[in-house]
Design a protein around this ligand. Sequence first.
Ligand code: ASP
Ligand code: MG
Length: 415
Amino acid sequence: MKVFKFGGASVKDARSVRNVAKVLGLQRQESILVVVSAMGKTTNALEQVVGSLLEGTEIHSKIKEIERYHLEIAKELFEPSHALFSELELLFKMLYDFTLDEDKGGYDFYYDQIVSFGELLSSRILSAHLKQADFQNEWLDARLYIRTDSTYREGEVNWELTKSRIESLDTSQNYVTQGFIGGDAQQLSVTLGREGSDYSAAIFAYGLKAESMTIWKDVPGVMTGDPRKFENVTLLSHIAYEEAIEMAYYGASIIHPKTLQPLKKKGIALYVKSFVNPLAPGTLVSSSPKAQTLESYILKEDQILLTVCTRDFSFIAEHHLSEIFGLLSAYQIRISLMQTTAICLELCLEDKYLTIEKLISALEAKFDIEIQKGVRLLTVRNSTLESTERFYANKTVLLEQMSRGTLQMVFQGEL
Ligand code: ASP
Ligand code: MG
């Protein structure tokens, strides 16, 4: 059994959906579980619906727009009498009904119940189209298989339950299911974090002990840098799980960071391939001594550089660090780089949940704070240390670090 993941860009219009059928048609006779993300930018559009709902502003036209987009794709793919249209109608009715209901919970709860419709819609359309294109498959509700706790927007997988649910699947059959979503004990939708469909695919691959998992992208595979940002990048044909984990950790957005662990545990090979050029080899991620370690570049935008200094000129000591880290954890702020000097702690941070102002007020009670927003973090993996000067050109470097072949710099300016 193989697991294939198709992201939002690979199903953004009718032509792309047909292309998925083409990619599947090229495979050997082997059963495949297909995990699909919401179409195009649907997740962002649904996030807007959640925002408006909680602000009490108009949502009807926003949902109508999402409906129109999906129906347009469906009309290009199916005869008007196709049963899919009533399935879509039912899904949109459920979405409308949900938004009319009495207040039931906070933002994160609403977010998951609403945003999960993106994947429910895309998977219905894809499943029906694939059947039509002679790729027989069963549509699965991922929420019944990926079982999580009720941490809305960042669901924690219950591995035991999830594994036993997925093991009940018939591995001689093809399936189409949703990425990004799971279900909790109350049968409610729980999302796994933005861009979480890769992770969903890895969870299914793990439970199925799949032969391999493939992420189909609009790029040739994992490159030594994002070709939109870096010049002279090349394709990595084979990298180790550890290298991919490191790259994802430093911000290479090509693979969701949580994806690698379950695959590595079961030794499942991961391929990253192009859906535009499906016969090209792409990148293999596995454990093998043959794996490459080439110099690669990762840029993280929109970072915050925070300098926290003791007020009384005392050294930054363990109890200070423990207090600062406690606050970072409480406000869910992620550290991308840190360094200490005698009396200061330098932190490069990511403010994913927009809680930085709260953190600063808490810290200001005890420390002197300096903050620089909108800085960038460049990470060079496997730096050969040859001609590193070129990384410093056109930049004001605010903080830098070199450890075990990884060069990192927080900077302002051009790449
Ligand atoms: N549709 C979700 C998102 O855009 C999940 C994913 O694409 O992986 O974040
Ligand atoms: Mg997406």
